[in-house]
Design a protein around this ligand. Structure first.
Ligand SMILES: NC(=O)c1ccc[n+]([C@@H]2O[C@H](COP(=O)([O-])OP(=O)(O)OC[C@H]3O[C@@H](n4cnc5c(N)ncnc54)[C@H](O)[C@@H]3O)[C@@H](O)[C@H]2O)c1
Length: 321
């Protein structure tokens, strides 16, 4: 495979599509080994990045024609939810459309965004086929490698987070393993769907663990038992997993990603019970904190109207935002 040799002699070019929170550090990491193009549709972001860029291996552009120079196109665009809490794949579709229109024959396109199992093979592949006028599997290949970067985490960064890697066939997987091995350790997933599923359940598990401790906090509050004291006592058991209650679950991922799997399950005739219950508990927490505030004001014989409220700790987790 020609692309394998270009990786060996370091002449391969990587294009990262979407140089946001995830894409930018990814582009920077690859630029230590290969030439990298950071493409984003947001022109002012590109201008800002170019103004402070002094890395000769990395260029930023909002010109989609530059994608044609790349052997590897890594896509890290947002995957939000709609108002009705359903997956919004607009950015995935539109970025795939742009990539397809500008794709070099023989390139490998890798989706990095968090999605439900099936998005790469059922949606990305067909958009790419259509917009490129080429045939996936023959003229170009696809893969999926989820991003696991953790905002505010100074211990876990790109170089020491194991990257799950999957390709549409054995040969593609092997090339991608070689590519991502340049920047970190790699776990070869069985296939693309497995890799997509692994990422989404990491966040679902975390969301549910937080929901459980939030629910326990609501129960113990009614019993005048301090949940923090309970956790401290319970944590003395070797297999108790420590999570703390909070004012809700924020950030880009946890309040969003579970709905991706929930919708896919729904389409397949399974109505999620546990995942949606967890989401409901976590979504309720800000309202609960508000009720506590109203109660506290009542205690001091103060009206909500006209009261000044100071929020201490205004981000969804420590050292973020
Ligand atoms: N932020 C995190 O902590 C985190 C962690 C792990 C995974 N993820 C996942 O990574 C993905 C990207 O998230 P992010 O936080 O980096 O988003 P972001 O909003 O910070 O960056 C996305 C970038 O994509 C660009 N973009 C959107 N549509 C485009 C298109 N059609 N063509 C070119 N560029 C386009 C935007 O302009 C933006 O600069 C999401 O699926 C997210 O769930 C995020």
């Amino acid at each position: 495979m020609e692309i394998f040799e270009r990786l060996e002699d370091r002449s391969a070019v990587v294009c990262v599509v979407g140089v946001g929170y995830v894409g930018l550090p990814l582009a920077e990491a690859f630029s230590k080994h290969l030439r990298v193009i950071g493409y984003d549709m947001n022109g002012s972001k590109i201008e800002e990045l170019n103004n402070k860029n002094n890395n000769s291996n990395l260029i930023f552009t909002s010109d989609p024609a530059k994608i044609n120079k790349a052997d590897f196109v890594l896509i890290a665009v947002p995957t939000p939810i709609t108002e009705s809490k359903e997956p919004d794949l607009f950015c995935v579709r539109s970025s795939m459309d742009t990539v397809g229109r500008n794709l070099k024959k023989g390139a490998i396109v890798v989706l990095e965004s968090t999605v439900y199992p099936g998005v790469t093979e059922e949606i990305a592949m067909s958009v790419l086929d259509k917009s490129s006028g080429m045939k996936c599997g023959v003229d170009f290949k696809v893969g999926y490698s989820p991003e696991r970067i953790n905002p505010g985490d100074e211990v876990h960064g790109i170089s020491n987070i194991t990257k799950i890697v999957s390709g549409m066939d054995e040969e593609t997987t092997e090339v991608l393993v070689k590519l991502y091995n340049l920047i970190t350790t790699v776990f070869k997933a069985k296939d693309i769907r497995t890799a997509e599923a692994a990422k989404v359940i990491e966040n679902i598990q975390r969301d549910l663990n937080i929901a459980l401790i939030n629910e326990l906090a609501l129960i113990f509050e009614r019993m005048n038992i301090d949940i923090m004291d309970v956790i401290e006592a319970a944590a003395t058991k070797w297999n108790f997993n420590v999570y703390y209650p909070g004012a809700g679950v924020g950030g880009h991922c946890l309040p969003v990603d579970p709905y991706y799997l929930v919708k896919k399950a729904e389409d397949l005739g399974y109505h999620s019970k546990v995942i949606t219950a967890g989401r409901a508990v976590n979504d309720y927490m800000p309202m609960h904190v508000f009720k506590l505030l109203v109660d506290a004001l009542n205690e001091c014989e103060r009206a909500v109207k006209g009261s000044k409220v100071v929020v201490l700790g205004f981000s969804y987790k420590e050292n973020v935002g």
